[in-house]
Design a protein around this ligand. Structure first.
Ligand code: BTN
Length: 265
């Protein structure tokens, strides 16, 4: 079972995770944070669970959440929220995850735009960001993150798509240390994001670890699919995709998915 004490021992943040709730099992940590937010929970509140019975992924998908093996947590943000910019917070968390995994496990992962962390072409972590409005029209954001740590009776259909930290990092990974480091990295990066309210100060480091850069991608836009070469993100966090005719599309994260032409990346 995850230890709240262990997480707090390694936590070097001012606000992220300073109010931490550790649950043995829950439906979805995003749902739990939403309930807490409605009751006035503080900026930076984190709910982490050992398992989830209704873990949710992006685009209405399910997120498999067995006990004892992975990290499932959600973070509440209620300060400096500009609704039009909220989707960029997903990218900020992606960058924080990439950096924290490297620092704690010594593994160099990549980011598949907008929100997947990948290792050797397989997904090792995902992020689901949700925004809600209060009656006074102010907004709060919930960033839910799932990290695959150890393969354990995993759903067979995910076998070829999912990667696990402990399969590459030969030593056991402390989920507590990893969560504390993710929150620390996130807090630092959010401070840079808030300075400009865009990706000016983070764009370069994001593009350096972006697995799509220079690759052929298929953009699954509900308004029509197309292919092109990914060029990296711009200051708004949009993926720039050059079409065969030379025009450059700005792909906004929203409801769009991007795949490699020959597979997942
Ligand atoms: C995705 O890649 O589709 C996003 C997956 C996000 C999963 C996490 S696990 C913790 C939090 N609670 C949920 O129900 N979902 C997110």
């Amino acid at each position: 079972m995850l230890s709240k004490e262990e997480i707090e021992k390694g936590l070097h943040t001012q606000w992220a995770g300073r109010n931490m709730i550790c649950l043995e099992s829950t439906d979805s940590t995003n749902v739990q944070v939403k309930h807490l937010a409605q009751r006035g929970a503080a900026h930076g509140t984190v709910v982490v669970a050992e398992s989830q019975s209704a873990g949710r992924g992006r685009l209405g998908r399910k997120w498999e959440s067995p006990a004892g093996s992975n990290l499932y947590f959600s973070l509440l943000l209620r300060e400096n929220i500009v609704p039009q910019k909220a989707s960029m917070l997903t990218l900020v968390m992606g960058l924080a995850l990439q950096e924290a995994i490297e620092q704690v496990c010594g593994i160099e992962t990549k980011i598949k735009w907008p929100n997947d962390i990948v290792l050797d072409g397989r997904k090792i972590a995902g992020i689901l960001t949700e925004m809600y409005f209060k009656e006074d029209n102010s907004a709060y954001v919930i960033i839910g993150t799932g990290v695959n740590v150890k393969a354990q009776d995993f759903v067979p259909q995910l076998e070829n798509k999912a990667a696990f930290l402990e399969n590459t990092c030969k030593e056991p990974v402390s989920r507590e240390a990893l969560l504390a480091k993710i929150l620390e990295c996130f807090e630092g990066k959010v401070a840079l994001f808030i300075k400009t309210m865009d990706f000016s100060l983070l764009r370069q480091s994001y593009n350096e670890v972006l697995v799509n850069c220079g690759r052929e991608v298929r953009v699954l836009d509900p308004a029509g699919e197309y292919t092109g070469t990914a060029q990296g993100i711009n200051e708004e966090g949009e993926l720039l995709v050059r079409r065969p005719d030379g025009t450059v599309e700005k792909v906004y994260a929203g409801e769009v998915s991007v795949r490699g032409v020959y597979g997942y990346v």
